[in-house]
Design a protein around this ligand. Structure first.
Ligand code: RIB
Length: 292
């Protein structure tokens, strides 16, 4: 069983479904409103646990009702929460999501996620050291990403950086991480001075660019490859990237090849979009294997 540690955000998603997005200054009527657990870190932790990994999450929630629900949800999904810290000086993180015209738009309010600091990770170094892989994203402070990258490099634990949402990433972190999984627009922010093709060549078998329903691209040392995704009827694409990251981390930690791992991740991600909510459609291991 793969041991995965996720260091990242845990939030509540406040989701409005509407027929269209309002223009500036316009008020429109929505179709529904729901609150569901989200946050890129928690989503990846839940997805990895459903796919059969032993998952520990390191993060923060507010000392509030959302915080309690976020923790309960992680536990229900089998994620270890000993290093999830409730903080009193900030509300739980929230993501304000509009689902309209077949896609989502999201505003994230960091809240307690801004307190996922190096000092919190420091308390969990034993867990980090025992991991087969560490997953991190960018809804937490940059200094934490840099600290974790340094630690993983030192203790030789592969780090998967999912650089979402987009922000520049230091050369050092780009070098230290074992895998980088931006989508196309995130890749354009990280590699602003070079083309995607050149970036892929610079990081063979390490930089995986996700392209939604098209699949994922990487350079295998000789040529650029796309591992295609699977066709499905999409209901809600929120959390598809998180499911991809978790699926990839589980598969590669279990010893599957890079290509097989991407295929496994694509299959899991494609299933995740068939139901409402970031975590609503995240499949179990059996569901992915049945489809593969
Ligand atoms: O990746 C999807 C997630 O991004 C949502 O669950 C939301 O919380 C935002 O952070």
């Amino acid at each position: 069983m793969a041991k995965i540690t996720v260091i990242g955000s845990a939030s509540m998603d406040l989701v409005v479904e509407a027929k269209k997005r309002p223009a500036i200054g316009e008020t429109i009527m929505g179709e529904s409103f729901k609150t569901v657990p989200g946050g890129k870190g928690a989503n990846q932790a839940v997805a990895a646990a459903r796919l059969g990994a032993d998952v520990t999450m390191i993060g923060c929630v507010g000392d509030d009702a959302f915080g309690e629900q976020i923790l309960a949800n992680l536990k229900e999904n089998g994620v270890r929460t000993e290093y999830m810290k409730p903080v009193t000086h900030a509300e739980s993180g929230t993501a304000h999501i509009t689902l309209a015209e077949g896609d989502n738009s999201i505003i994230v309010v960091k809240g307690a996620n801004q307190y996922v600091l190096p000092s919190l990770v420091e308390k969990a170094l034993d867990v980090v050291r025992e991991s087969d892989m560490v997953l991190i994203q960018q809804e937490i402070p940059e200094e934490t990403v840099e600290y974790v990258s340094e630690i993983c490099d030192k203790v030789n634990i592969p780090l998967l950086l999912n650089p979402a949402p987009a922000r520049p990433v230091s050369e050092k972190v780009l070098k230290q991480a074992a895998y980088l999984t931006p989508n196309e627009s995130e890749a354009n922010v990280i590699f602003e001075k070079i083309s995607i093709t050149d970036a892929l060549k610079q990081f063979p078998n390490k930089l995986l660019i996700t392209e939604g329903s098209k699949g994922a691209r990487f350079y295998n040392g000789m040529e650029e490859m796309t591992v295609p995704s699977f066709k499905v009827e999409a209901v809600d694409t929120t959390g598809a990237g998180d499911t991809f990251n978790a699926g990839f981390a589980v598969a590669i930690s279990e010893g599957m090849s890079l290509e097989e791992s991407i295929r496994f991740a694509n299959r899991a991600a494609s299933l995740s979009v068939t139901k409402f909510g970031a975590q609503g459609g995240m499949p179990t291991r059996a569901e992915v294997e049945k489809e593969l």
